[in-house]
Design a protein around this ligand. Structure first.
Ligand SMILES: Nc1nc2c(ncn2[C@@H]2O[C@H](COP(=O)(O)OP(=O)(O)OP(=O)(O)O)[C@@H](O)[C@H]2O)c(=O)[nH]1
Length: 697
């Protein structure tokens, strides 16, 4: 058994693809937790994770390591997800840790993801978010005293790696001491022998109280087909034994600890977990939603002060999911339920649409979460699904009758607000006095030459600039006033001049040389060594912060950003505040009847243009019918566009002249099957496949 001083709990913070999972594999092999040559990315378990190479569920592994001091140490490694939609999972993992490996790809440099996860690490201790107008460099000054940070440069084996430049960039961005940066290759194993001693020496042990009553932090939970819900927990104080009667602080619900153990990385029952340990407990429950992540659990008879930081999950993107074939509702319902068993963060409600029939309104943490859920429905449950356009939780303030309002104001009551999970809930028959929309605080890091393109896009998408600063040592923060809406910036031009003469540093794989060069660069404040022959690195990058409508992110913002910057932008966001928005309800009408599944809230200034585009698209997608069809768009109740399709007699068997009966029958049979996939639009039958086309942003 390990006393707290022989335990280290840590996680790995990194940008997507910088090598977290590969490093975790290596550490497990080095400590003998898994045999050498075992399958790569051992901790990534979902099929979609393997295919897309991303981590979605955080997983954990306990490793035993013998240090040169002759003692065995229990190292609990928590693998964190790599995408922003799952940042709540990152923050939960951080709460179970005392340290973090801050991993940066030596050929890519610091990316937005690393910066945003770093913000989260910081928030864990200081709750200073959101820090709107400060430069990243200033922000990190206070950080060192909090979660112990072990900066790592990975992929130093790559010919394009520029460890000296990236180490200097890390030193400048995260305020770490360059000589603390370890250079490793998770792939070849270079430098990894130095890493485990550094974990033991630089990350402090957990500070819990063994003699206090049991206090558990629940930081993850998943569903196991045979054992029900498995909770991952960190024992903050006291001792957890199998058979203990436990209670959840958030709900008061009671459970029995049927099995307790560590993940090594497969579950290994130990009968108990001591102060400071990380492991699993099986509480004998079926619904993963009962195991609320971030919650504090204690002995049922000994309540304790709950740990800070718990927040109930709040969906930020909603979409209606409908079966492509109308008679497959049950199949879709079963698939969503099974998938929901393992994903406590998705919310599901029944919903009926005139156009699409019976389906479900599901809430997700963000756009990627929605995409992953749809992919898993298709891949793991063979579900054929139509998803409506994603929408965000708008808040709509009703004007109400003036007398009632006056009364409410006198009583100091807020005006009545509706939260819309679906645009179909928009109050068409009541006067709306204001609409508020959720926003995000986005961090975008781009090579300086793409700055103008990013600013143009952000302005077009109703973004408000919060910060603009150069990365990699020479930080020059300018206010948004010096940047016009076309993205021309006097600061950018100055920076271009400043960096025009910067020389490339020689790249070497020798850790010591690399780091002393980095130290030198940081000491002299000289950023020239951080420019790279490998492409856009360090001093060439600009960090932009924007407040953007979440609805734009749920649309095509990210793909537009990628194409505007040829893939060089790195992008991340945190939740922002609600803000008032000038939006109008845009609807499509077929023969005078609104199609509920196609309603959207759009910027008022764009409503006419979007309405025209929508009717035109509808016209090209629909076959002409036996009767006249009128397609209209209405914005805020006013018709803004109209298309009329003249009647045409249609006979599917028309081509089958010459009395070929069997061919005729086949065609009619095909038509019958196709009918199951038809949907009603204003008395008009259209194939289900038309919807995704109409729903495109
Ligand atoms: N050359 C080289 N390649 C590496 C190294 N470490 C990781 N890679 C490769 O980089 C790619 C991404 O590695 P992963 O370990 O999947 O990255 P990750 O950070 O876990 O990615 P996410 O789970 O998506 O966040 C893989 O193709 C790895 O083989 C390294 O040290 N050197």
């Amino acid at each position: 058994m390990f006393p707290p001083e022989r335990i280290r709990n840590f996680c790995i913070i990194a940008h997507i693809d910088h090598g977290k999972s590969t490093l975790a594999d290596r550490l497990m092999q080095l400590t003998g937790a898994v045999p050498a040559g075992s399958r790569p990315q051992y901790l990534d378990k979902l099929q979609v994770e393997r295919e897309r190479g991303i981590t979605i569920k955080a997983q954990t592994a306990s490793l035993v390591y013998r240090h040169a001091d002759g003692h065995d140490y229990l190292l609990n490694l928590i693998d964190t997800p790599g995408h922003v939609d799952f940042s709540y999972e990152v923050s939960r993992s951080l709460a179970a840790c005392q340290g973090a490996l801050l991993l940066v790809d030596a050929s890519q440099g610091v990316q937005a993801q690393t910066v945003a996860n770093f913000y989260l690490a910081f928030e864990q201790e200081l709750a200073l978010l959101p820090l709107l107008n400060k430069t990243v460099a200033n922000f990190y000054l206070a950080f060192e005293q909090e979660l112990a940070l072990l900066p790592l440069l990975n992929k130093v084996d790559l010919p394009s790696a520029d460890p000296a430049a990236v180490a200097a960039q890390m030193a400048a961005t995260f305020d770490v001491v360059p000589s603390d940066v370890l250079a490793v290759s998770a792939k070849t194993g270079l430098g990894l022998r130095e890493l485990l001693p550094a974990v033991v020496e630089r990350i402090p042990p957990p500070a819990g109280q063994p003699s206090q009553p049991l206090r558990l932090l629940l930081f993850d939970a998943f569903h196991d087909e045979y054992r029900g819900v498995v909770c991952l927990v960190a024992v903050v104080d006291g001792r957890l034994r199998a058979g203990d009667k436990l209670a959840a602080a958030s709900s008061g619900s009671e459970y029995e600890a049927l099995e307790v153990g560590i993940l090594a990385p497969e579950p290994h029952p130990t009968g108990e977990l001591l102060t400071g340990q990380v492991g699993y407990v099986i509480p004998g429950i079926k619904d993963v939603k009962a195991a609320r992540v971030g919650d504090t659990w204690h002995l049922a008879r000994q309540p304790v002060e709950p740990l800070p930081g718990f927040k109930p999950i709040k969906p930020m993107v909603f979409a209606g999911l409908y079966p492509a074939s109308a008679d497959d509702y049950e199949g879709l319902a079963a698939a969503i339920e099974r998938l929901g068993l393992n994903d406590a963060s998705v919310t599901v409600k029944k919903e009926t649409s005139d156009a699409l029939g019976a389906g479900f309104r599901c809430g997700f943490l963000g756009p990627l979460h929605l995409e992953v859920f749809l992919t898993r429905l298709q891949q793991e449950h063979s579900a054929d699904v139509i998803s409506t356009a994603p929408t965000v939780p708008y808040e709509v303030e009703l004007a109400g009758d003036p007398q009632h309002q006056q009364q409410q104001q006198q009583q100091g009551k807020e005006k009545q607000r509706l939260v819309l999970e679906s645009v179909a809930e928009y109050p068409r028959n009541q006067k709306v006095s204001a609409i508020y929309e959720p926003t995000v605080l986005a961090t975008i890091i781009v090579p300086q030459q793409y700055c103008g393109a990013v600013m143009k896009l952000a302005v077009a998408r109703r973004g408000t600039q919060l910060d603009y600063s150069f990365m990699g040592g020479s930080s020059s923060s300018s206010s948004s006033s010096s940047i016009d809406s076309a993205g021309n910036s006097s600061a950018s031009a100055a920076a271009a001049d400043e960096h025009a003469g910067s020389s490339s540093s020689s790249s070497t794989q020798d850790g010591v040389d690399v780091l002393s060069a980095a130290a030198e660069a940081a000491d002299t404040g000289d950023s020239s060594s951080s420019s790279s022959s490998a492409g856009f690195l360090a001093s060439d990058r600009v960090l932009l912060r924007y407040q953007l409508p979440l609805a734009e992110l749920a649309g095509d913002f990210y793909s537009k950003l990628k194409s505007a910057t040829q893939g060089y932008a790195s992008f991340d966001y945190e939740e922002g505040p609600l803000r008032p928005a000038d939006l109008t309800l845009l609807e499509l009408l077929v023969n005078g009847k609104a199609v509920d599944a196609l309603g959207r809230l759009v910027p008022t200034g764009d409503a006419v243009r979007l309405g025209r585009a929508l009717t035109a698209r509808m016209r090209t997608l629909l076959d002409r019918q036996q009767y006249e069809v009128v397609i209209q768009a209405s914005a805020g109740g006013r018709i803004v566009a109209r298309e009329t399709m003249k009647a045409l007699r249609k006979d599917v068997t028309a081509k089958c002249y010459g009395g070929d009966v069997s061919r005729k029958r086949k065609l009619l049979q095909k038509q019958k099957e196709g009918k199951k996939r038809l949907r009603q639009l204003g008395g008009l039958s259209v194939p289900a496949e038309v919807f995704p086309e109409l729903l495109k942003p």
